[in-house]
Every structure is written in C-alpha cells, then in structure tokens.
Design a protein around this ligand. Structure first.
Ligand code: 4NP
Length: 155
C-alpha cells in the first residue's frame, strides 16, 4: 500500500506525518510505502523546518534528510491513499483531481483517524516551538490510529 501525506509547504506537517505514520506501521507490522508532498512550490528541495527537525529529534525521530517536493498530478496514479492535513490542502487536492477515481483517494487526515479535536492538523509555521510540539502530538496520535484502522481493515 502506498500512502502520501500532503500539506502546504512539505516542511512542517507532512514530513512529520510521513515519519510518524511509517513508524506506527512498522511497529504493528503493516507493510506500507509512505511519502509526503506540498501543494505549494515555495520550499522545493528544502529540508524540513528546523523547529520540526528539533521536535522530532527530541522524541527520537530523524527527519533531517527528508526534502520537500511539490504534489504532482501523477501522484494520483502512484498512491492508493492521499491524506490532506487541513481543509485548504484537501480542497486544493480535490481541485487537481480530474477523475472521480483520484478524488476518492483523498482523505482528511483527522477524519480518517476519527479525531474531532482538533479536526485538522494545525499549521505551526508562524508559531512557536510549543506549536510545533502540539502539532507533533496531534500527528502522532492520529498516525497510530490510522495505522491500526488500516491493519484492522486488512485482517
Ligand atoms: P507546512 O507549513 O504546510 O506544514 O509545511 C508551512 C510551511 C511554509 C509555509 C506555510 C506553511 N509558507 O507560507 O511558506
């Protein structure tokens, strides 16, 4: 199964979602390939935001080697499931999905995890270190729930 995490810049939320979902799947023996991308082109080729690298590192995760890339329409063919971090990412992806088959692959991350509070992954980019830690916690909880949900569906 191939899963793509998508946010705006691919430097804060989706890289940590990629890492934590990969980790959650590995821990329960779920075979997946995980990647991440941004809807915007601002940060192509850049490493994740240093504040998210630090937050991840504090919890034993290394995301420093990831590099930002922009979502491309061919990703609709390559991936089975595409997770949008917030409503803007979701609607941007839906606009790019020119086939019903593609649109049906897009889910809101928090919806799929069945987490209502908060019901989107907050963008910490204009925030403080605390906001990065808050986003990390939200993503970790949901990544574990999503991995378990997919595993249960398969068995
Ligand atoms: P991300 O955060 O979408 O979680 O990677 C952002 C990164 C950069 C910008 C906005 C959000 N920006 O405006 O440059």
């Amino acid at each position: 199964m191939k899963v793509l995490m998508v946010c705006l810049g691919n430097i804060c939320r989706s890289p940590i979602a990629e890492e934590l979902f990969r980790d959650a799947c590995q821990k329960i023996g779920l075979q997946v390939q995980v990647d991440s991308a941004g809807t915007a082109s601002y940060h192509i080729g850049k490493a994740p935001d240093s504040r998210m690298i630090r937050t991840a590192s504090n919890f034993g995760h290394d995301i420093s080697t990831l590099r930002a890339r922009q979502f491309k329409p061919s990703d609709f063919e390559l991936f089975d499931v595409i997770f949008a971090m917030d409503d803007e990412n979701f609607s941007d992806l839906r606009k790019l999905a020119n086939k019903e088959e593609y649109a049906s692959k897009i889910y809101r991350f928090q919806d799929y995890a069945e987490v209502l509070v908060p019901d989107f992954v907050p963008d910490p980019y204009y925030g403080t270190q605390k906001d990065f830690e808050h986003t990390f916690d939200i993503v970790r909880t949901s990544a574990i729930k999503i991995a378990e949900k997919i595993k249960n569906k398969q068995s």
